[in-house]
Design a protein around this ligand. Sequence first.
Ligand code: SF4
Ligand code: MG
Length: 324
Amino acid sequence: ARPLLQAEHLRKEYKLPRGQTLRALDDVSLTVMQGETLGLVGESGCGKSTLGRCLLRLTDLSSGDIVFEGRNISALSERALRPIRRRMQMVFQDSYASLNPRRRIGDLIAEPLRVHPDNEGRKRSAADITARLDELMSLVGLPQSALARYPHEFSGGQRQRINIARALALSPQMVVADEPVSALDVSIQAQIVNLFTDLRERLGLTYVFIAHDLAVVRQISTRVAVMYLGAIVEIGDSDTVLHNPAHPYTAALISAVPEPVIRHDPQRSLLRGDVPSPVSPPSGCRFHTRCPQAQSRCSAETPELRDFGDARQAACHFPLGLSA
Ligand code: SF4
Ligand code: MG
């Protein structure tokens, strides 16, 4: 596999009144390989959604570089981004909010097809658009008759299928899905996760899949990145990271998941308290205020992401189950 997207030293800061700075992303670097699903996990407020939006340039970065399909897109204007936008799409959690209730499903999905020209740069004909709509409906497992109906006539799961169809309309390479199943019933979640997996295989898609539910991430991801307070604290092969975590924060997230989805040692750690404010993050290791393994070095020295020779990196002075 080759890299599809490379993010280097991404920072996203918000200036607050009284000269304070909120660091939503603090030096995030990662590579997304062609055809993989990179799961992005962490408690809410850790920067997952911000990172997802920044990767697609839906939110501007404060600094850092994003190379997509070999091209640095971090400083491109909206106009220069337009042809690239069709290659990268986003699916959101709230399927209802992202669908205009007064428009028919067919119109909603056709919108990107009307706005963007086809591969030869031509405006699409009505017949082309109709054919593509039919194709998209069968891809996401909805009947053609759905095209003439309105969003409120569908269940949450069906609406998420509609959102996926719209995201796929322009045949993107990469899809960033932000908590796409979090609002759905558990039984429906599995169906939508299976649909994502199936579409990845059939269309050769690449996903960044944001979720707080580790069971869902475990099911779909080939690799996992764990975020804490705007930074990646562990990243690597999904089985390695989720079954044998090196970072105490990853272990703590896992210990919050009910058995038997993921095996873990319940003695290892418990996640207590809230995520500290990103306006004044803790010194040294940003997890030290909640870490059961913390030692004096942890508040003084910031641990860098290090390689452990097992297709995984973690940022911890005293990693679990590994020699430091
Ligand atoms: Fe815990 Fe220290 Fe590792 Fe941070 S560096 S995760 S405080 S052991
Ligand atoms: Mg979020």
